[in-house]
Design a protein around this ligand. Structure first.
Ligand SMILES: C=C1C[C@]23C[C@@]1(O)CC[C@H]2[C@]1(C)CCC[C@@](C)(C(=O)O)[C@H]1[C@@H]3C(=O)O
Ligand code: AKG
Ligand code: FE2
Length: 382
């Protein structure tokens, strides 16, 4: 049966009646069906210049930061760590963190529950269905947002807040969205996000030092962060050379703390070629996002990366996207602006950049430039 026929006749296909647009047929990516299909629907096939093809990417060696060592202030490790991280962040914006203090069984629970959630029947997952224009909820390859170059993935994204009065925000999300059976899962992801928020503050202390910024500046800016946690689930694909789990992009957020499962797939575009970052279950991959690039006045780079899929097994990743509180104005500290380093980006708030990515622009390798142009055209947006 032709794949389009399969998709179009899925019981899961739903038609959406909206006040504005009348009937709109929305196709749903049923991973259980598509992962066995070798006839890939056109909308999942990427253009020739973006297809991953069949050749395996060379591995990229990124600096590995021993955070425990660094934070215990062993002067020898501090100096060496700072220069390693500084060079990586000026070049491709990626490094790894080990000895991070996050419990191994918390990480393995968080990884295990990704499989549990995404192996649920589609109708169950759709109880958390993400609405167009919103950044939280379940999305199946964004069939409701995009009509081409669809990512070969399902995602579940939810909000985290480090503010005192929001200490149960993740737990409540799972309970209210998915019901009592998900209280335990909600607790695991609440604990995981708390650990990510704490870890990010340790990393920010290091980035502040390597940028030569007043001690604790970035920690202070992000202490009440309002971040986004995303579970990525990449089903196997029979033609992995034609599709992409996540297309080439820079993260619009500030810092991404990613945990790759045992299955490789993360690739970074460095020196004009795609390079893979090998999975390491004891480490987190950290990358600079657009918002931190603006905070560093362009000193540290938010770089192009993507996720490829394979034809053998699912791949999962835990992505914690550190974001400042919505109304915080993103503006580089004075130490990073002088006559030799004039301002590169306008002041903006994270909520405005997030709205731009959710309602006006598909995040890619030019998001921040497109956003800067958009903000400068719009009167009184900060
Ligand atoms: C602010 C965000 C938008 C995306 C999630 C994120 O929290 C950070 C990464 C962004 C994204 C992954 C970049 C590639 C395109 C995208 C549409 C995706 O493939 O998921 C982006 C996310 C989004 O939901 O817009
Ligand atoms: O899954 C991965 O390895 C990368 C995902 C990613 O880049 C993202 O979600 O922004
Ligand atoms: Fe990313």
């Amino acid at each position: 049966m032709a794949i389009d026929h399969i998709i179009n006749n899925q019981p899961t296909m739903s038609s959406l009646k909206t006040q504005k647009q009348g009937y709109q047929t929305s196709l749903v990516f049923d991973a259980l069906v598509l992962q066995h299909e070798s006839n890939i629907p056109q909308r999942f096939i990427w253009p020739d210049n973006e297809k991953p093809g069949s050749q395996k990417s060379k591995e990229l060696e990124v600096p590995v930061l021993d955070l425990g060592d660094f934070l215990s202030k062993h002067s020898s490790s501090v100096k060496e760590a700072l220069s390693l991280i500084d060079e990586a962040c000026k070049n491709h914006g990626f490094f790894m963190v080990v000895n991070h203090g996050v419990e191994a069984n918390l990480i393995s629970d968080a990884q295990r529950y990704i499989d549990l959630f995404f192996e649920l029947p589609l109708s169950e997952k759709q109880r958390a269905q993400r609405k167009v224009g919103e950044s939280c909820g379940y999305a199946s390859s964004f069939t409701r947002r995009f009509s081409s170059k669809l990512p070969w993935k399902e995602t579940l994204s939810f909000q985290f807040s480090a503010e005192e009065n929001s200490s149960n925000i993740v737990k409540d999300y799972f309970k209210n969205t998915m019901g009592e059976d998900f209280v335990r899962i909600g607790k695991v992801y609440q604990d995981y996000c708390n650990a990510m928020s704490k870890l990010s503050l340790g990393i920010l202390e290091l980035l502040g030092m390597s940028l030569g910024v007043q001690q604790g500046h970035f920690k202070e800016f992000f202490k009440d962060n309002n971040s986004i946690m995303r579970l990525n689930y990449y089903p196997p694909c029979q033609k992995p050379g034609l599709t992409l789990g996540t297309g080439p992009h820079c993260d619009p957020t500030s810092l991404t703390i990613l945990h790759q499962d045992k299955v490789s797939g993360l690739e970074v575009f460095v020196d004009n070629e795609w390079r893979s970052i090998a999975p390491n279950s004891n480490a987190f991959v950290v990358n600079i996002g657009d918002t931190f690039m603006a905070l560093s006045n362009g000193r540290y780079k938010s770089c192009l990366h993507r996720a490829v899929v394979n034809n053998k097994c699912p791949r999962t990743s835990l992505a914690f996207f550190l974001c400042p509180k919505n109304d915080k104005v993103v503006s580089p500290p004075d130490e990073l602006v002088d006559e030799n380093n004039p301002r590169i980006y306008p002041d903006f708030t994270w909520s405005t950049l997030l709205e731009f990515t959710q309602k006006h622009y598909r995040a890619d390798m030019n998001t921040l430039q497109a956003f800067s142009n958009w903000v400068q055209q719009k009167p009184s947006v900060t």
